[in-house]
Design a protein around this ligand. Structure first.
Ligand SMILES: [Zn+2]
Length: 289
C-alpha cells in the first residue's frame, strides 16, 4: 500500500487533517506543517471552518502563523474568513499567502459562482507569492511552484526537508486506489497549462505527494503519478467529448462514467456533484456555454 488516506502524521511535523466536507470523510484534506512557524496548506470550505478550528486546537496549532492557499476554489479558500475572525477574537493574526495570479481571484466574491452563486466571500489582504519563492517556517522553508491548469493561480509547495510535494488539486482527485477523477473544473480550466504543469512536476525531486482530495502517496505510485494523472485526464475528456448530449443529466453522467471509465467511482454526493462541475468545465473550455 503506497497511499495513506487516514488523518494523522504523514511525515515528521506534517499532519493530514480531514475536514469532513459535507459530512464525508476521505474527501477533502488540509495539511498542517509545523516548524518554528506553523503553516496550514489550504483552509477548507466555509461549512467546515468551525470543525477545522477545533481540529487545529486539538493539535495546539490554532491559529496557524500562515495559511498558503493552493488555489482560489471555494473548498480551499472560503474557510479563511471564519479562521481569520476566530484568530482575531483571540488577539492573533494569520498571514494568508497565495500565488500573485490568485490574489484578484480570491478577492472576487463571484469567482466561485459556478459552485453556488452568491454563496461566497471576498478574501483580501493576501500576501502574493511568485514562482521560486520560499515560505519561511523558521530555519527552513517551503518552495513555491506555479502549476496552473486546474485553476489559474494554482501553486504547489515543495518541502525539501522530507521530499514532500503538496499538490492541491493540480493533478486531479484520487480519492481511493480505484477512483481517480480529472481536474477540468470551471471557471478557468486550461488543458495546455495542465499538461505543462504535469511535465514540470514530474521533474521535481520528490518522494511523496499530497492531494487535497485525497491523501499522501509514496513509492512506485508516486513515481508514476503524473503519467497516471495525464492518462486519467485523457480518458475522461474523451468520454465527455463523446457524450456531449448527456452532460446535463447527473444520473447519465454517473452511470456512464462508472460503466465506461472508472468502475471504482464511489456513489456519494460530492462525487456526483463533481461530475456535473466537470461537465461545466468541459463545456466552458470547448466554448459550448
Ligand atoms: Zn480546485
Amino acid at each position: 500500500v503506497t497511499a495513506r488516506r487516514r488523518p494523522g502524521e504523514i511525515a515528521a511535523g506534517t499532519t493530514l487533517i480531514d475536514t469532513g466536507m459535507g459530512g464525508n470523510s476521505g474527501i477533502t484534506a488540509v495539511f498542517l506543517i509545523k516548524g518554528e512557524r506553523t503553516c496550514l496548506v489550504d483552509a477548507g470550505a466555509p461549512a467546515e471552518a468551525q470543525r477545522l478550528i477545533e481540529q487545529l486546537d486539538a493539535l495546539h496549532a490554532f491559529p496557524p502563523d500562515v495559511i498558503v492557499v493552493t488555489h482560489p476554489h471555494w473548498d480551499h479558500a472560503q474557510g479563511i474568513p471564519a479562521l481569520r475572525r476566530e484568530a482575531e477574537r483571540r488577539g492573533a493574526r494569520i498571514d494568508v499567502m497565495a500565488l500573485v495570479e490568485a490574489v484578484p481571484l480570491l478577492a472576487d466574491a463571484s469567482f466561485n459562482d459556478d459552485y453556488g452563486a452568491g454563496q461566497f466571500a471576498s478574501v483580501s489582504g493576501v500576501t502574493p507569492l511568485r514562482e521560486g519563492d520560499a515560505v519561511d517556517l523558521g530555519g527552513w522553508s517551503l518552495r513555491v511552484l506555479a502549476v496552473p491548469g486546474h485553476c489559474a493561480g494554482h501553486l504547489a509547495l515543495l518541502d525539501e526537508r522530507n521530499g514532500m510535494l503538496h499538490l492541491g488539486d493540480a493533478p486531479g482527485y484520487k480519492t481511493s486506489d480505484t477512483a481517480f477523477l480529472p481536474p477540468f473544473m470551471p471557471p478557468c480550466w486550461d488543458t495546455g497549462a495542465f499538461l505543462a504543469s504535469m511535465e514540470k512536476l514530474r521533474k521535481c525531486a520528490f518522494e511523496r505527494l499530497t492531494l487535497s482530495h485525497f491523501g499522501c502517496i509514496s513509492g512506485p505510485e508516486a513515481a508514476g503519478f503524473f503519467d497516471e494523472a495525464v492518462a486519467t485526464f485523457d480518458a475522461w475528456w474523451r468520454w465527455y467529448a463523446a457524450h456531449e448530449g448527456e452532460l446535463a443529466d447527473e444520473t447519465a453522467l454517473f452511470d456512464g462514467l462508472k460503466r465506461d471509465v472508472c468502475p471504482g467511482l464511489p456513489d456519494i454526493g460530492p462525487v456526483r456533484a463533481a461530475l456535473g462541475w466537470l461537465a461545466v468545465g468541459y463545456r466552458q473550455y470547448e466554448g459550448r456555454d
